[in-house]
Unconditional design. Structure first.
Length: 255
């Protein structure tokens, strides 16, 4: 079939528009991924601050995480009121956690529950903005597990979204570790040395996170060994930075 002089330009225009939409969807989902990663990182920084002697560097890191979150949110073309409100609630709760006194009694006993609720609310609102299905979320899942781990180590149990068992918000290490492992297995370590390094770091992190013992209300690891929150935090951030750098859309944002 021959295309007329009139229909040929329209066909190429349609192809160009579809290509542009595909790039826009990828960019949009990449921004949403960064929002979730940085929200989890900021939340991990708070228990680290309170649990490691109230060091200024940890409070500063939390603010840097929040700044990164705000930048990602600002890059989103549309920002519904519910999303902006959940973002503000998370920021409020995190800064409230920094403001409490240094004694254990200075932190209200319900605060960890309120902080977890604020994080879940923001992550839920962010995920609702996905276009064209749910993209891979492995980096987010790693950071979400790090939040659970640091919370158990320093603040107490982290309440997951049990009403959402079909996505990472309602899952702990028993489901998330195999899911992350599955996504990692799809990456080709032979043709990309960066993937080989990623898998090496993941091997250590998987063992530590798998020892979290979330099914128990007792704040002890499955093995009985002490928690290692600072080590888990460092490896989780390094791993997700490596993972994000493998994605072209996010690599352009400095990861």
């Amino acid at each position: 079939m021959q295309l007329s002089t009139f229909t040929r330009p329209l066909l190429w225009l349609g192809i160009a528009l579809l290509g542009g939409l595909g790039q826009a969807f990828a960019s949009n989902n990449g921004t949403l991924e960064l929002m979730q990663v940085n929200a989890c990182r900021a939340t991990s920084s708070l228990p680290l601050y309170r649990g490691e002697g109230f060091q200024k560097e940890h409070a500063q890191r939390m603010e840097e995480d929040l700044n990164a979150l705000t930048r990602a949110l600002s890059a989103l073309p549309e920002q519904p009121q519910a999303l902006r409100a959940s973002h503000q609630e998370l920021v409020t709760q995190l800064r409230r956690g920094v403001s409490f006194g240094h004694s254990e009694d200075d932190m209200p006993w319900r605060y960890p529950e309120e902080l977890a609720g604020a994080l879940r609310g923001f992550l839920t609102a962010t995920r609702s903005q996905y276009v064209d299905g749910t993209p891979p979320e492995a980096a987010i899942k790693v950071e979400y597990l790090a939040v659970q781990y640091l919370s158990r180590a320093y603040l107490g149990n982290f309440e997951i979204a049990r009403e959402q068992p079909d996505n990472y918000l309602g899952q702990d290490e028993r489901i998330l570790l195999p899911a992350i492992e599955s996504e990692l297995a799809e990456l080709d370590a032979k043709s990309n040395p960066a993937v080989a390094k990623l898998k090496t770091r993941w091997h250590f992190l998987k063992n530590a996170l798998g020892d979290m013992n979330s099914q128990s209300n007792a704040l002890v690891s499955s093995s009985g060994r002490p928690f290692a929150p600072m080590v888990v935090d460092r490896h989780a951030r390094s791993l997700t930075n490596q993972w994000l750098s493998l994605q072209p859309v996010l690599a352009n944002n400095g990861y």
